[in-house]
Design a protein. Structure first.
Length: 96
């Protein structure tokens, strides 16, 4: 009879994903010797022990650039353009 307190129990995770994404992922893994299950197991284990990897969920480059501009403005490294009325604000927002 096994001792349930010391016996490792496996949990099953079911994931639904677009088939094209699955095929691309399998293509990325084909020369590594890893199965998709191996990769997911390693990824979930890393998440559990170390948290999210650096940069996961990072904002798009455009948003990141805007955040950095705001930081520069707050730290007085670079002043962002200011609008004094609605018309000036609309012009600033529409300038590329």
């Amino acid at each position: 009879m096994s001792n349930h307190s010391t016996e490792k129990r496996n949990a099953q995770i079911e994931v639904r994903i677009d088939n094209d994404i699955k095929i691309k992922a399998l293509d990325q893994l084909k020369n590594t010797g890893l199965t998709l299950s191996d990769y997911l197991r390693a990824s979930v284990s890393t998440l559990a022990s170390e948290g999210l990897t650096k940069g996961f969920g990072a904002p798009r480059a455009e948003i990141l650039a805007s955040i950095n501009d705001a930081i520069d403005d707050l730290e007085h490294h670079k002043q962002l353009p200011a609008a004094h009325d609605r018309h000036e604000l609309e012009q600033l927002l529409n300038d590329d």
